[in-house]
Design a protein around this ligand. Structure first.
Ligand code: DAH
Length: 349
């Protein structure tokens, strides 16, 4: 009988050497320790023994059981340790050189804004900034856009509740606060702060109540420009914009000024451009920006004498430039943060 017990230990050890998984282990355990297992069957043999033989057999049986259980415990620990190691994946070798990793790149709209700013910096423009929340007066009245002008319509403008408080905005009268609909309000803020001659550009985010479709977004970006000096003429305006647009779109560019209307410039123009290197937009006249000579009424409002000072202003959509430069036909791509789109313009390392 004791030989049988020894054979069971040997059997358990042999089975366990082949066990690789928890399922194998459970199966092996049933073979030895389960209700029909070999050790359980051997234990039943106690009934055939005489009273005298039983204690010795019982003792041997207990020892065998302990041994076998010990073997199973060790085997289970090995299986679990191996499973943990496997879950860590391939072993790494710390002596290998580092794997190159990618840093994030800048957004295509940031790239265009930086490019625009750097082109104007070269000809002496500095950057002016103001807050995205404006008063109605700076956004409209001061720019010759009276209260009944359609641009102020609740259809176009995002108004704040009358009782909202803003500590960073000079409150003029009791006018409403709005999310600025254009960066042109920075012209007025700059003219109050600085004396001419001055040249500034003001890149920034603007908002209009607009249904989002392929070419419109309620949130977009502009760059405003303002140049005020003695004897500034339309020729200066045209020369500066030609220089700027050629730097941006290439030397083969042609431009034209088309008469238009903006309340704060007189005369006003739309600038169109045509270039052979713009993909499917090549060699077509494309409207790119608004501009004009600063209206004398605007100059008077900031206490400048229009007989002494003249100037020009312009406003350009950053999204529009990026769309023309890269042949993008849906403005919504800029705001969806889809890596497949963004990585195409990435300057990431
Ligand atoms: N503020 C105008 C807009 O949002 C753009 C613009 C047009 C700005 C003519 C100007 C300008 O400074 O002279 O549509």
């Amino acid at each position: 009988m004791e030989n049988d017990l020894q054979a069971i230990v040997t059997q358990a050890e042999a089975i366990l050497t082949a066990v690789r998984s928890r399922a194998d282990w459970e199966q092996a355990k049933a073979t030895i320790l389960g209700p029909n297992g070999s050790l359980t069957q051997a234990a039943k043999g106690i009934g055939k023994l005489s009273k005298e033989e039983r204690p010795a057999f019982g003792q041997a049986l207990n020892q065998t059981k302990k041994k076998v259980e010990g073997c199973f415990k060790t085997s289970l620990e090995l299986i679990e340790t191996q499973a943990d190691i496997n879950s860590l994946g391939e072993k790494s070798d710390p002596s290998l050189p580092p794997v190159p990793h990618h840093l994030g790149g800048t957004h295509p709209l940031t790239n265009v804004r930086r490019k625009v700013v750097s082109i104007f910096r070269k000809i002496g423009f500095t950057v002016a900034e103001a807050t995205e929340v404006e008063t109605e007066w700076f956004c409209f009245d001061a720019l010759n856009t009276p209260e009944d002008h359609p641009a102020r319509d609740a259809q176009d403008t995002l108004f704040f509740p009358a009782d909202s408080k803003w500590s960073n905005i000079a409150q003029n009268n009791k006018e409403h606060h709005v999310l600025r609909t254009h960066t042109s309000s920075v012209q007025i803020r700059t003219l109050f702060k600085e004396k001419p001659p001055l040249r500034v550009i003001a890149p920034g985010r603007c908002f209009r109540r607009d249904t989002v479709d392929a070419t419109h977004s309620a949130n977009f970006h502009q760059t405003e420009g303002l140049y005020v000096d003695k004897n500034v003429t339309i020729k200066d305006l045209k020369a500066v914009l030609d220089y700027f647009l050629k730097e941006l779109f290439g030397d083969q560019l042609e431009t034209r000024l088309r008469p238009s209307f903006f309340p704060f410039t007189e005369p006003s123009f739309e600038v169109d451009l045509k270039a052979p290197n713009l993909g499917k937009l090549s060699n077509k006249w494309i409207e790119i920006m608004g501009c004009g000579m600063v209206d004398p009424e605007v100059l008077k409002l900031v206490n400048l004498n229009p007989d002494d000072w003249t100037g020009f202003a312009f406003g350009l959509g950053i999204e529009r430039v990026a769309m023309i430069l890269h042949g993008i036909d849906d403005i919504r791509h800029f705001y969806q943060n889809d890596q497949r789109f963004l990585s195409q313009f990435s300057n990431a390392t």
